[in-house]
Design a protein around this ligand. Structure first.
Ligand SMILES: NC(=O)c1ccc[n+]([C@@H]2O[C@H](COP(=O)([O-])OP(=O)(O)OC[C@H]3O[C@@H](n4cnc5c(N)ncnc54)[C@H](O)[C@@H]3O)[C@@H](O)[C@H]2O)c1
Length: 252
């Protein structure tokens, strides 16, 4: 049973990377609160499927096919979402790709592409919603980080660098826009069992390692993160900004 936050009803929410995984759980969670949800993704089939699934169950969330690595497309998507659903009160910067990239193989082009998918869009999406939030008298931005850099994971140095950099971004934006009552927080998930994680990385050995590292022994699910996002965007969290919220079952 998920808590109901009456102040989330009717708020316009943008979730990037919302067609699958944690993003889809966040889309569903805000839709269930009666928020006006729009989500961006490059996966058109998954995005349209989620949109029609929700409308079939009496809720709604609108899918926009937007590649968040293309900043002009990201800005246009935000303008389209605003026209369709109203000024944006809540932004969830969620899209990313945790592709492995051995340090010695990375080219300058790879570097830019990894930053574009894991970091750059979080800044430009935030920049694009500030005026909406000012006009509304406040807002909430969540930037999805990860415990990967805190745990010292190897094999993905630019993903982990991006996820660490996001915390600097969060601290600075929280300071800059706090006077406008715009709150900016990071969520750092541990290992969350999305479709992609299960398919790509969940071997019996990896699962045993997870169980050993976590204080809580159960597998963490996308809803565990969605519920934290709801709380952080609700009025119940109105004093919380500029923080990193780790949800990892006690791994770190
Ligand atoms: N799952 C985990 O264990 C875990 C752990 C730590 C942090 N995170 C973070 O949580 C967030 C969500 O992760 P997830 O595991 O749900 O990922 P996922 O790969 O399951 O889903 C990511 C979504 O983003 C979309 N996407 C990818 N590139 C895009 C682009 N260029 N434009 C638009 N959409 C794009 C994908 O199509 C997908 O729907 C990410 O920021 C990730 O780094 C996840």
């Amino acid at each position: 049973m998920t808590a109901i936050y009456p102040d989330l009803e009717g708020k316009t929410v943008l979730v990037t990377g919302g067609a699958s995984g944690i993003g889809a759980a966040i889309v569903r969670a805000f839709a269930a609160q009666g928020a006006r949800v729009g989500f961006f993704d490059i996966d058109r089939a998954e995005g349209e499927a989620l949109e029609s699934q929700l409308s079939g169950s009496g809720q709604s969330a609108r899918f926009f096919a937007v590649d968040i690595t293309d900043i002009a497309a990201l800005r246009k998507g935000i303008a389209d979402l605003r026209s369709a659903l109203g000024p944006i009160a809540i932004l969830i910067n969620n899209a990313a790709r945790d592709d492995r990239h051995p340090a010695l193989d990375v080219t300058p082009e790879d570097f830019d592409a990894l930053m574009a998918v894991n970091f750059r869009h979080q800044f430009f999406a935030s920049q694009a919603v500030i005026e909406d939030m000012r006009g509304l008298g406040g807002g909430s931005i969540i930037c999805m980080s990860s415990i990967s850099w805190l745990a010292g994971f190897g094999g993905m140095p630019l993903y982990t660098a991006a996820k660490a950099g996001i915390l600097g971004l969060v601290k600075s934006l929280a300071r800059d826009f706090g006077p406008d009552d715009i709150r900016v927080n990071a969520i750092s998930p541990g290992w969350i069992m999305t479709e992609r994680q299960i398919e790509k990385w969940l071997t019996p050995e990896a699962d045993a390692m997870r169980e050993d590292r976590q204080a809580l022994k159960r597998r963490l699910m996308p809803d565990d993160i969605a519920r934290l996002a709801l709380f952080l965007c609700s009025e119940d969290a109105s004093a919380i900004t500029g923080q990193n919220h780790i949800a990892d079952g006690g791994w770190i």
